[in-house]
Write a protein that binds this ligand. Structure first.
Ligand code: FAS
Ligand code: PHB
Length: 395
């Protein structure tokens, strides 16, 4: 075993949470190091989120990671809800006093942050798998990790678990010291990329008795599309024609409307889950992003919650670095959990309002349609959705 290396903040995971935290700490002059299990190509091509809240856009711009986002991102002023063969558009700036969202894929955010980090630091090790986090309740927590065929140790002042829902950091918190609240859903999403221009200027969320459909996009020439499917669905059972037919049927209107078709790639099935681990801190270990919470993607909150967590955390660690006070760090978990639970509820609301569970009763379907009608006819109900979707201001 080689001699232990030391850093002030050890970060496990080079997803959006770990990479943005490293960027913010580096800019604050705080020594840190990122350990990422997978290789760069894998991390950069993993198809995930697509919608950035205004707050996320602001943070990425402020830390110098916004240049390509500003050039290539698509600023959207609304979304369309479709139900009962009708369409209703929500005008975000009118409903929220000017807020909007940006369509810029998580893959691109990750590429931009990795390029910055490799160019100007801090250290980012790919192929470095954390196998254990120890000493959380000491002043010298340590990460045991495997890299280049050898087991190594990184001692830290703080360890930040940005290693997603299946990472190792959460399990370093003794079971008696953490509580996990969770809910699974009786359906999943089949996601695809289509080499065809989007058939709408903005995203379409479609409720139908055949199931939910989402028409999103990546660029002016690439669409990102999702269909609600039963859990355990094999993407191989969904040839392109079947996907296009189902997308068309679920988003049908009384007026003729057909999405432009094109070849489909990157077919994958994403299970839906809500989960929160409390608290997001134990001694010198802190959790951020999916390592602490998971939301179903219907509300486009996952990536944005990760950004909000690490923005709060970077502020707290910077305050500690400059003043020696742990005041903000001690408040980290409570500060983040208020926003996390708000996003959990909104994601649950969007998911259960828009998806038709195969076992739901006609009564429950009528309740969904009544809720959608309420949003379409009440500016107050529409504003509540728009405020949550575009992102509540950071505390
Ligand atoms: P991530 O999971 O992105 O990153 C964790 C990183 O830690 C990974 O790179 C992993 O390789 C690494 N890691 C794990 N264990 C490690 C170990 N032991 N040692 C070292 N490294 C380790 N959100 C949306 O808003 N919209 C969507 O459409 C959407 N689609 C999604 C599709 C899928 C398949 C998944 C899984 C999630 C999706 N999400 C979506 C949510 C997603 O965007 C997350 O919220 C976001 O990736 C959270 O970022 P991180 O917390 O950085 O976690
Ligand atoms: C996406 O483009 O991947 C996306 C957009 C909105 C969502 C979920 C996913 O609610």
């Amino acid at each position: 075993m080689t001699a232990a290396r030391h850093t002030t903040v050890g970060i496990i995971g080079a997803g959006p949470a770990g990479l943005l935290l490293a960027r913010l700490l580096h800019q604050a002059g705080i020594d840190c190091l990122v350990l990422e299990h997978r290789d760069r190509a894998y991390v950069e091509q993993r198809q995930r989120a697509g919608i950035l809240e205004q707050g996320t856009v602001d943070v990425l711009r402020a830390c110098g990671a916004g240049e390509r986002m500003d050039r290539e991102g698509l600023v959207h002023d609304g979304i369309e809800l479709r139900y009962d063969r009708r369409a209703h558009r929500l005008d975000f700036p009118a409903l929220t006093g000017g807020r909007r969202v940006t369509v810029y894929a998580q893959t691109e955010v990750v590429k931009d942050l990795i390029a910055l980090q490799l160019a100007s630091g801090p250290s980012l090790l790919f192929g470095a798998q954390a196998v254990a986090v120890e000493g959380a309740d000491t002043s010298r927590p340590r990460i045991r990790y495997r890299h280049a065929g050898r087991e190594r140790t990184l001692t830290c002042d703080y360890v930040i678990g940005c290693d997603g829902f299946h990472g190792v950091t959460r399990s370093a918190v003794p079971e008696g010291e953490r509580r996990t609240y969770e809910r699974s859903y009786p359906y999943s999403w089949l996601g695809v990329l289509a080499e065809v221009p989007p058939s709408s200027d903005e995203l379409i969320y479609a409720h139908s008795e055949r199931g939910f459909a989402l028409f999103s996009m990546r660029t002016p020439t690439v669409s990102r599309l999702y269909l609600q499917v039963p859990n355990g669905t094999d993407p191989a059972d969904w040839p392109d024609d079947r996907i296009w037919e189902e997308l068309e049927a679920r988003a049908a209107l009384d007026t003729p409307w057909k999405p432009a078709r094109g070849p489909l790639t990157a077919k994958s099935v994403l299970p839906m889950r809500s989960a929160v681990t409390e608290p997001m801190r134990y001694g010198r270990i802190l959790l951020a992003g999916d390592a602490a919470h998971i939301v179903p993607p219907t509300g486009a909150k996952g990536l944005n919650l990760a950004v909000a967590d690490v923005t709060v955390l970077a502020r707290a660690l910077t305050h500690l670095h400059h003043t020696g006070s742990t005041e903000l760090l001690d408040a980290y978990s409570d500060t983040c959990l208020r926003r996390v639970w708000r996003a959990e509820h909104f994601s649950y609301f969007m998911t259960t309002t828009l998806h038709t569970d195969a076992h739901q009763t006609p009564f429950e379907t009528r309740l969904q349609l009544s809720q959608l009608d309420r949003i379409a006819t009440s500016p107050h109900a529409a504003a509540e959705l728009a405020e949550n979707y575009t992102g509540l201001p950071l505390e």
